[in-house]
Design a protein. Structure first.
Length: 204
């Protein structure tokens, strides 16, 4: 099977995994159930993903792929850090509130073993978070922000950006925000971050 065909088949399998996840939760989303939904063989799933954990790691990683790659590209190009955050912020917020992220987080909340939650943390926050922290540190080096702890600055930025939107999405209180709403909120989050973490020497 060539790469293009394999890519299409993987997308079909992963879409099937989301459908099974929504119907049966993480415990019921077995390799066998997903294979039946995707009309694939169990052997194909085991060969491509290793096991159920590998499959769901792949789902989480693919979900965050576009934002991760955008951050990596802007860091590689040495884009001004706050401009990079301004560009990527709306996509990050859209990712956090997307129906796929909601499905994964709902399933993680219902998984008593915490296996899916660990996959989300490893392929999501622990991958994208350090890239955002790198931009924040570069902004500090340029004198654009002032903070002592990069992890605390990262948590502040994510709180300003997403707040409780993801939680309210997961429990079904609100629909996914539109593109304009994501842009507006990301712009406001960055402005508030700058106000809270401005270099004291530049404050009025």
């Amino acid at each position: 099977m060539d790469d293009e065909r394999r890519g299409r088949r993987q997308e079909q399998i992963e879409l099937a995994a989301y459908r099974v996840l929504e119907r049966k939760g993480f415990a019921g989303a077995t390799v066998q159930a997903i294979a039946r939904e995707a009309r694939a063989s169990n052997e194909t799933l085991y060969n491509w993903y290793g096991d159920k954990t590998g499959l769901f790691h792949s789902l989480v990683a693919r979900n965050a792929q576009a934002v991760r790659e955008a951050l990596q590209t802007r860091i590689a190009l040495q884009a001004p850090p706050l401009e990079a955050l301004a560009a990527v912020g709306p996509d990050l917020l859209a990712l956090l509130t997307h129906p796929r992220a909601v499905a994964l987080n709902r399933a993680a909340a219902a998984d008593p073993g915490g296996e899916l939650a660990q996959a989300i943390a490893q392929a999501g926050r622990q991958t994208v978070g350090p890239l955002i922290a790198q931009l924040l540190l570069e902004a500090r080096n340029r004198g654009e922000l002032d903070f002592d702890d990069a992890e605390a600055a990262l948590a502040l930025y994510l709180d300003l950006l997403a707040g409780d939107l993801q939680h309210r999405r997961v429990i079904g209180l609100i629909p996914a925000p539109g593109a304009q709403s994501c842009r507006s909120r990301a712009t406001l989050a960055l402005a508030r971050l700058h106000a809270l973490c401005a270099d004291p020497a530049t404050r009025p």
